[in-house]
Design a binder for this molecule. Sequence first.
Ligand SMILES: [Zn+2]
Length: 260
Amino acid sequence: MHPFLRKLNGIFARGASHAPEDLPLEAVLSEEEFNNYSFVIGGLFTYFNDLPEAEKRKFVSRVHHFKTGKKFHFIGLEHQEDTSTLVSASAVQVTFGLNNYSLTHFKDIYILADAYHMEDDEELYIGHVAPEGIYLSWKHFLYGYSNKTDNINVAVHEMAHALLYNNFFAQYGIDNHFRLNYERFSNSTGPILADAITNRRSYLRSYAFSNLHEFWAVSVEAFFENPKGLRDNMPELYVALCGVLNQDPMTHQKIIKSEP
Ligand SMILES: [Zn+2]
């Protein structure tokens, strides 16, 4: 693309992230930029490697747009472009079926070297979402994507929280499909929650039953980490998640409806 056009495209893309009604634009990247992103993302994300070519291009352009719209802060580790790319890819994975994928409310992403304490809190955190930003331990981020059988992936978990926050508590970047279908999702999962609480056992780890927000985040984690396991053990929940996220991770295509 001509450098001037690329610049113009960048300006519009940034502008769009502040306009509540506008959907984020997907950047047009050069072949070289596409290949560089693919190399970095493909090194860790089997989700990405499974995608057909057209969806790979869509994924990469979303990662580029997401990454350039955020400020990344590195605490206890060096600033690395690849790190920002991979964290952006985890957000794009969770929101891939949605039109409005930018989590516009969140301008800042904090990447810490390892697990951390919050002020006046004894507990160790590996990630959390607060109104001022998304926080992730890089060590645990990598662990989440390298261990594919334990249903634990902190980045997917926190991006699921951020998506919910962005759509229900923030003013910008609302995705209408998500909002409408999340309400359906929470209605349909009532019996699943009640059953798990009564029987004190579930395919999902017990942390899911701390509250509704954790139920959502832990479910999304299992959905992407081991879709077959979740579908075999909790088919209603699996179908409900496909509906709300407009994607089915068991397929190559992932996205269910191109216009949700
Ligand atoms: Zn959580």
